[in-house]
Design a binder for this molecule. Structure first.
Ligand code: FCB
Length: 469
């Protein structure tokens, strides 16, 4: 009896307060999905280079390279290689989505496949992506297509990549082609994935290609990626005029914005100020740019960019949020990033050492409600070798979504990262993000259900969807 009372207590407390209660007993007692609208998009998210296999692009080149001390660029020494071979196993992957009961799927296009040399379009590859989108729609799974997810054709990267303004022209031409070819099957678009992450990891930390540590280049690249988004949106509005699903919208355009909670490591003025500055740069400058049409990026004493970009304002029909974790921020004013970030001892972490903090998703969804745009969680997930901890991760983050909706945030969908184990960039294949694990050593790339599949299916059922046996 006492035990039951103890379980009931947090539930009662939650009912009395406006602040959501993330007590695990409360989360577990919630029938997730029931509070969501019937047209809520519940799906998974992937990117081309991480699962397709056989891609040749700037990342493939980088993966074969080494640091000056001889260590491979990729921590575990792997290369993306055949990956999960999803390029050839799409039908199998659709069956996995049906098993989940998912009604949406976010996947990426590989620019290097579609335009292997400048202006030479690969009709066969385009037709394959087209057939994927068609197949998904026939199965009642809404496709959400990402145009750019971190990888460039080598002819683009060799010409200076995102630092070179000419890349904007090339990208706009690519976006126009894609809009024409896929517009009949696709309404939901994600132009650019995580401009802030690419800018920081590729040009400030230097951990990703092209491996630069240059604050100015970082800001230029971020600014160009935002302009690339605006140009892609312009192409989509002109060229995708077909309302594929008949809901009155021919295009629903967004970008996937990576957000992190930056928690000051202490109450000192310096830590607090640097955490706020990091938050403003990393989390706010992207959303402010698309809200106002004006890109303003500033790192005190190092960079200041302030420019208006045509077609940026009003370019979003929704904001995609990629949320994983929280960082604690301690000031190191002598370093380019002005701080170091870490997770204190005692916090629960995932296999990559990231803090597990579902409240953060709630915080961002309610924070961005002021933009007046629908929100989609375009990525959220955890690397988990055994798969045992993912069910609760999924539950607690879906709970955050429901709590944010209850506070008025217009969250229209949730896409779990990821459907399959995939190539996790500089970390290689060691982190396991898949709802379905992939035996990379087997010729069939065998997919196996992890425990969180059942969790996903429960939510799908509560939402009125029917996972297939
Ligand atoms: C995001 C990326 C995605 C994946 C996850 C774990 O930042 O968009 O490709 O690597 O992290």
């Amino acid at each position: 009896m006492t035990h039951r009372l103890l379980i009931a207590l947090p539930l009662l407390l939650a009912a009395c307060s406006d602040r959501p209660n993330f007590d695990p007993d409360v989360v577990k007692a919630t029938r997730l999905g029931e509070a969501l609208p019937r047209n809520f998009m519940l799906g998974t998210s992937t990117s081309a280079h991480q699962i397709e296999g056989g891609n040749e692009n700037d990342w493939a080149v980088w993966e074969r390279g080494q640091w000056p001390d001889g260590r491979p660029h990729i921590k575990d020494g792997t290369v993306s290689g055949e990956a999960a071979d999803s390029w050839n196993r799409f039908d199998e992957d659709v069956r996995l989505m049906e098993r989940l009961g998912a009604n949406a799927y976010r996947f990426g296009l590989e620019w290097a496949r579609l335009e292997p040399t400048p202006g030479a379009w690969n009709a066969e590859a385009m037709a394959r992506y087209q057939s994927w989108a068609r197949t998904l729609r026939q199965k009642g799974i809404t496709p959400l297509v990402t145009m750019y997810h971190f990888t460039l054709p080598t002819w683009v990267s060799e010409a200076g990549g995102w630092e070179n303004p000419a890349t904007l022209e090339a990208f706009e031409a690519y976006a126009g082609r894609v809009a024409e070819a896929l517009g009949g099957e696709v309404d939901w678009w994600c132009t650019v994935n995580e401009p802030n992450v690419l800018a920081v990891l590729g040009y400030l930390d230097g951990e990703w290609p092209p491996g630069k540590k240059d604050t100015k280049a970082m800001a230029t690249v971020l600014s160009h990626l935002l302009e690339a988004h605006a140009r892609a949106a312009r192409q989509l509005r002109q060229k995708d005029t077909v309302d594929a699903d008949g809901d009155g919208h021919a295009t629903r355009i967004g970008l996937a914005h990576h957000v992190r909670v930056f928690q000051p490591a202490s109450g000192t003025t310096a830590d607090t100020a640097v955490a706020a500055l990091t938050d403003a740069f990393f989390n706010e400058s992207v959303t402010e740019a698309v809200r106002t049409g004006r890109i303003r990026l500033s790192v005190p004493g190092q960079v200041s960019i302030d420019r208006e970009v045509a077609d940026l304002k009003g370019s979003l029909d929704y904001l995609g949020i990629n949320y994983y974790t929280r960082d604690y921020v301690r000031q190191y004013l002598g370093e380019p990033a002005l701080s170091r970030q870490y997770v204190p001892r005692g916090r629960e972490r995932n296999d990559l050492g990231w803090d597990i903090y579902p409240e953060g998703l709630y915080l961002f969804l309610t924070r961005y409600a002021h933009l007046g745009l629908p929100l989609l969680v375009t990525e959220n997930g955890m690397p988990d070798q055994t798969g045992e901890r993912r069910p609760y991760y999924l539950q607690s983050h879906l709970y955050a979504v429901e709590q944010a909706r209850a506070q008025g945030a217009d969250v229209m969908g949730y896409f779990h990262w990821s459907l399959l184990d995939n190539f996790e960039w500089a970390e290689g294949y060691e982190p396991k993000f898949g709802l379905f694990s992939v035996d990379l050593a087997s010729p069939e790339k065998t997919r196996t259900e992890t425990p969180a599949v059942a969790t996903f299916q429960d939510v799908a059922r509560n939402l009125g969807l029917s996972p297939s046996p």
